[in-house]
Write a protein that binds this ligand. Structure first.
Ligand code: PLP
Length: 452
């Protein structure tokens, strides 16, 4: 009985998959925050290098992965697909459970799948410095790692709470040679404005994005890198699902349900888009489930509307499921899922009814993650624990209905830097703070008005 399905390096995908080519209806265009007209490549040039802007706007189905990027990927890719037999037994489910494990990357998650190409394309364009934000620290460490490979200076604005809670993530970023700054910071006008009003502000992803964008927009030798949400980031992650498809074939299985957690949507898109694309081209249909935290439920409780990607309103307006750019979720451990919006492409698929969304509390997710760790050995990142909980819920449904379905979920990262969260959970100290309904209503009331 095979447990791990491993692809030869020679079978690693040579192209990224662009779902835009297969969509029945194109997604709404991003708009310039000032003119509210669709953005063109020139509007994005202060922030991104040309090849990445081309990918952001690409419509062809396949985009070649340059060989120098594949060479770096071979350090850890292809990532394993694993059958979770002990979890199946513990749940007493007739379902088969498979997971695609992205925690084998140097930074411990799927994030290097986009950090490496973003750093490489910038280095090719002779850019010397990159800025970015990080919540959980996973994206920051990934870009720090990628920057170190291609000789780029990387400056990372880390959300204040996670800067304080996760000193070892910061140490990892610094080990790779990056500079890490707590956000809000005094380095930018966006940060200074917030600090003037709230000197103890805990920070948010939307605010850290504003700071990183401001530094890139005001320095000619500096570009900005984003770890999720944008089309080109989702595109880079599709290597996950393409590998998984080959590995599921090796396992002689085909998923009935595909599940991943969603913060900005990139690991979800990476695993799910190749499957959705197959359906859109006439293949079989499957259930595709996005799992989000109930304390920051953009897909299940947000509005599908044009909104800003950041707090200071420097980014283009994109049509997405959003809780409002001023929404600050309550504290919870999955820092990478504390974002007010969702990738426009993921939102578009939800709107078209091609995917489903579910929300769970953090204690439900930690319970599933601890069960998973005790069966399969891997301690999931708090973000990834949402996918584990999604898979456990589906497996228990299969048990109740007596159905032997095949479940595939994305385990986007390990939680080795998140053990303080596990200590809290195991000590019974974790609470499920819910968001403030009045604050959500206010944030939604503040959505920009964009003519239809
Ligand atoms: C391990 C892990 N999974 C998931 C996410 C959520 O991001 P995305 O929705 O872009 O995959 C993060 C973000 O930091 C992460 O670190």
């Amino acid at each position: 009985m095979t447990t791990k399905f491993l692809l030869e390096e020679s079978r690693m995908p040579r192209h990224w998959y662009n779902i835009v080519a297969d969509l029945p209806v194109p997604p709404a265009p991003p708009l310039h925050p000032g003119t509210q007209q669709p953005v063109g490549p020139a509007d994005l040039e202060p922030l991104f290098t040309r090849s990445l802007i081309e990918q952001e706007m690409a419509t062809e189905r396949e985009i070649e992965i340059p060989e120098p990027i594949r060479e770096v990927f071979r350090l850890w890719r292809p990532a394993p697909l694993i059958r979770a037999r002990r979890l199946e037994q513990a749940l007493g489910t007739p379902a088969k459970i498979f997971f695609k494990y992205e925690g084998v990357s140097p930074a411990g998650s799927h994030k290097p799948n986009s950090a490496v190409p973003q750093a490489w394309y910038n280095a090719q364009a002779s850019i010397r410095k990159l800025t970015t934000e990080t919540g959980a620290g996973q994206w920051g460490s990934s870009l720090a790692f990628a920057g170190s490979l291609f000789g780029l200076e990387v400056k990372i604005f880390q959300v204040r709470v996670s800067y304080d809670q996760k000193p070892y993530r910061r140490a990892l970023m610094e080990t790779y040679g990056a500079t890490c700054i707590a956000s809000p910071s005094a380095e930018t006008s966006a940060g200074r404005a917030v600090l003037a009003e709230h000197p103890q502000h805990p920070g948010s992803l939307g605010l850290a994005i504003s700071e990183a964008v401001e530094v890139a927009a005001t320095n000619d030798d500096t570009k900005y890198a984003l770890g999720s949400v944008l089309n080109h980031v989702l595109l880079h992650q599709t290597i996950i699902g393409q590998e998984a498809m080959l590995q599921m074939e090796m396992a002689d299985a085909d998923p009935d349900v595909v599940i991943a957690c969603t913060g900005g949507g990139s690991n979800f898109a990476g695993l799910a888009f190749p499957y959705v694309g197959q359906t859109l081209r006439g293949g079989r249909s499957r259930r595709i489930v996005a799992v989000e935290p109930s304390a920051c439920p953009s897909l299940t409780r947000g509005r599908f509307a044009y909104d800003y990607g950041d707090t200071a309103h420097l980014t283009p307006l994109t049509k997405m499921h959003t809780l409002g750019s001023s929404f600050t979720p309550p504290g919870f451990h999955a820092g990478g899922l504390r974002y007010h919006g969702m990738a426009p492409l993921v939102s578009h698929l939800k709107q078209l009814g091609l995917i489903e969304a579910q929300a769970y509390t953090q204690t439900e997710c930690f319970a599933a993650a601890v069960l998973f760790a005790r069966c399969e050995g891997i301690v999931p990142a708090p973000e990834a624990s949402h996918a584990v909980q999604g898979a456990v819920a589906e497996a228990l449904r299969c048990k109740a209905e007596g159905k032997a379905e095949t479940i595939l979920f994305g385990l986007s990262g390990h939680g080795h830097f998140d053990m303080a969260a596990y200590t809290n959970y195991l000590g019974g100290k974790l609470v499920d703070a819910s968001y403030d309904e009045a604050e959500l209503a206010m944030a939604l009331a503040g959505l920009p008005s964009v003519p239809a």
